[in-house]
Design a protein around this ligand. Structure first.
Ligand SMILES: *Cc1c(COP(=O)(O)O)cnc(C)c1O
Length: 370
């Protein structure tokens, strides 16, 4: 007999946790393609630092013991990597950049609070904010260059605004926020609004007026940076990320970091990855050269693209977004349509190795030139 209790439990489900749209996973490349070129997730085409992988494997022999309670060794390695500009207690480590976004929301958002973000942008800002009952305020990037609409962000701020998300370089547009704009925005924002500054692609930014969140955190603004080991460091499978912020905010958020949060092998790999400057430099070089290679090809093929400071490009595809994605998949090249990110009809393509880029360019050429 069916219990009547079963019919009532859904009445206490949180209304904002009901899914709006169902997630549709991507398709796989055809089986006959031997080497699939994955340009769909902005991963490192060189793989991971061999030193990080070695450290991970070595640490695997000790998995019977609990890791450091607070990942303090990784915080200390971060202090080193940041040339002692910030003390270790201003770093927070977690199981990916995405998890840290969730941690921040858990710490700051009450039901009915407002969070501001600017589409097209990284999906988790909106998706995770909904889990806490936040009201989502989208102040879209400006048309057609996808620059930040600082004035409209400031007009959208009210007494319920808790968080403003900024991303530089931004995913999926590849655009960045010039330093002067951030200076102005932070000057104008009320002191009780937290700025979450997502800078996971900062290694690839070479614009003269690019800045990370570091100078603002050092000046004591209520800013927290989001960083990840998934992109430059090539450790996406490990789920490792970090944030840095003022000592006040770091101490507050550390209270809700679960003990033993970051696995020991991940801590070991993260430390080795930070120390492997040679691998970081090689990665950056590969991306900057690849960006040039792809830019030239896009210009030559007449494909509209947005200048990128990341390891990927947003393009206006020569076919429909799904058509192009399916076509390239048939050739063994995976790319990402980004309508769900707020860029309808556009496609995001990660920068690969020179050989991978060449394969992509050849496939695009076939469409356009025939
Ligand atoms: C990839 C990415 C992240 C974090 O990725 P994790 O794998 O969760 O560490 C955060 N922000 C942006 C904009 C990203 O593209």
């Amino acid at each position: 007999m069916k219990s009547t209790k079963q019919t009532s439990i859904s009445s206490v489900f949180k209304p904002y946790l009901r899914p709006k749209t169902e997630y549709k996973g991507g398709k796989n490349a055809p089986a006959h393609i031997e080497e699939v070129v994955k340009l769909s997730s902005n991963e490192n085409p060189l793989g991971a630092s061999p030193k990080a992988v070695e450290a991970y494997q070595k640490a695997a022999t000790g998995v019977q013991v609990y890791p450091d309670q607070t990942a303090v060794r990784l915080q200390e390695a971060l202090e080193q990597a940041y040339k002692n500009e910030l003390p270790q207690n201003q770093f927070l480590c977690g199981n990916s950049g995405s998890e840290l976004i969730d941690l921040i929301l858990r710490g700051f958002v009450r039901e009915g609070d407002e969070v501001i973000f600017s589409n097209p942008c990284f999906l988790p800002y909106a998706v995770f904010s909904r889990w806490y009952g936040a009201k989502l305020i989208d102040v879209p990037l400006k048309d057609p260059d996808y620059s930040l609409d600082v004035e409209n962000i400031l007009s959208a701020v009210g007494p319920k605004t808790r968080i403003v998300f900024l991303t530089s370089p931004n995913n999926p547009t590849g655009t960045y926020i010039p330093k002067a704009q951030i200076d102005y925005l932070l000057e104008e924002l009320p002191g009780d609004v937290l700025v979450v500054f997502d800078e996971v692609y900062w290694h690839f930014a070479d614009a003269e007026d690019y800045t990370t969140a570091l100078p603002y955190v050092e000046q004591g603004y209520p800013v927290i940076s989001i960083n990840s080991f998934s992109k430059t460091f090539g450790l996406a499978g490990l789920r490792l990320g970090y944030a840095y912020t003022t000592d006040e905010i770091a101490a507050y958020l550390r209270q809700i970091c679960k003990p033993f949060l970051v696995p020991g092998p991940s801590i070991a790999a993260g430390i080795a990855a930070l120390e492997d400057e040679e691998f970081i430099a090689k990665t950056v070089r590969t991306v900057l050269e690849g960006r040039q290679q792809l830019e030239l090809a896009f210009v030559e093929l007449g494909i509209r693209f947005w200048p990128s400071q990341g390891n990927f490009f947003l393009i206006d595809p020569p076919l429909g977004e799904q058509e192009l994605t399916d076509y390239l998949l048939e050739k063994g090249i995976m790319v990402r349509p980004v309508s769900a990110f707020g860029a309808p009809g556009k496609v995001r393509i990660s920068v690969g190795t020179e050989a991978q880029n060449t394969r992509l360019i050849a496939a695009l050429q076939e469409i356009i030139v025939g």
